[in-house]
Design a protein around this ligand. Sequence first.
Ligand SMILES: C[S@@+](CC[C@H](N)C(=O)[O-])C[C@H]1O[C@@H](n2cnc3c(N)ncnc32)[C@H](O)[C@@H]1O
Length: 332
Amino acid sequence: VSDGSESGSLDSRQWALVRLGQYLRSRGYRFVTPTPETHRRVNGRPEGAVGTTARDIFGWSRPFRASQLPPELIALCQQADVLSPVADHGDHDGDQDGKHDRFTSKVRFSTLTAFAGDYLFVHSAYPTAGADSVFFGPDSYRFASFLARTVWKARRLVDVGCGTGVGGLVLASRADQVVLGDINPGALAFAAVNAALAGVSPSTVSLQSSDLLKQVEDPFDVVIANPPYLVDAARRLYRDGGGGLGIDLAARIVSESLAGLSPGGQLVLYTGTPVIEGEYVLQSRVQSTLAERATTWTWEELDPDVFGEELSQPAYSQVERVAVMALIATAA
Ligand SMILES: C[S@@+](CC[C@H](N)C(=O)[O-])C[C@H]1O[C@@H](n2cnc3c(N)ncnc32)[C@H](O)[C@@H]1O
């Protein structure tokens, strides 16, 4: 995996994460990441308190005892620096010969089946409370599935706000070049690991630290994006879409992509929009930009109602629902 801006190769921790992913895959590991709310409810059951299997540990992010896992798995976890000690609340039964034995994994591994095969993505553990947490979830699955049926060929494809790299990596076999861009260095570090796990040739994929497309070099003929689209008081990079209704980044993606794409190039944007009194707020917001900078465009409503729990927040007091929309626009 090459890095457009810096060194180029994976460091020893990243290689250890690749080996950990390969180990899990070789043992038939599968885990589909649900919404945080589902995760919370499932882990809240009595059997959700302690992890014993690989799915419990690397999927459900449950605490576990290192002494109960195969030594080779623990060695891989140590090399990848993914063990986070869990306090034993003074009962000392977590200590083995004075050594700390209870941990959670700092990372999750999720599987995704797409047209070109089975993928494994490493991302942040649950709960994703940190501002720089690296996202992977139900939106990533819907995004990948939408891309698989809409993007057929690209010369130089840019995945804006790539997170784990899911969008660009599932399309890698249909593109000559893939640029995975993100503003979060942690996302780019995981995306590099995921590219190696996907077996994508380092000559095909590059990583770019970038605020949307600002640091991405021309030319590019396809831009794909699943950006943050919510109002997030904690200002998490993967969640906070900016502005009063969380749609500022998506609006920027529409105007900056259409300005940067080669003529005839395509923007494929997967995102959420608040709906107020039946009006799709993002659609209205970018209408004039599309009329100015695109020759054709289509909107598709992929899910009429997501993140319903957010509607109790003051920022959403006028919002009746949040809909997931996909925009395909051709640059003038
Ligand atoms: C909702 S996550 C989606 C990640 C990935 N595309 C997926 O489908 O799983 C949004 C991503 O956008 C990134 N992001 C937020 N603001 C950005 C910006 N100004 N420029 C580039 N990336 C940004 C975040 O770091 C995060 O990785």
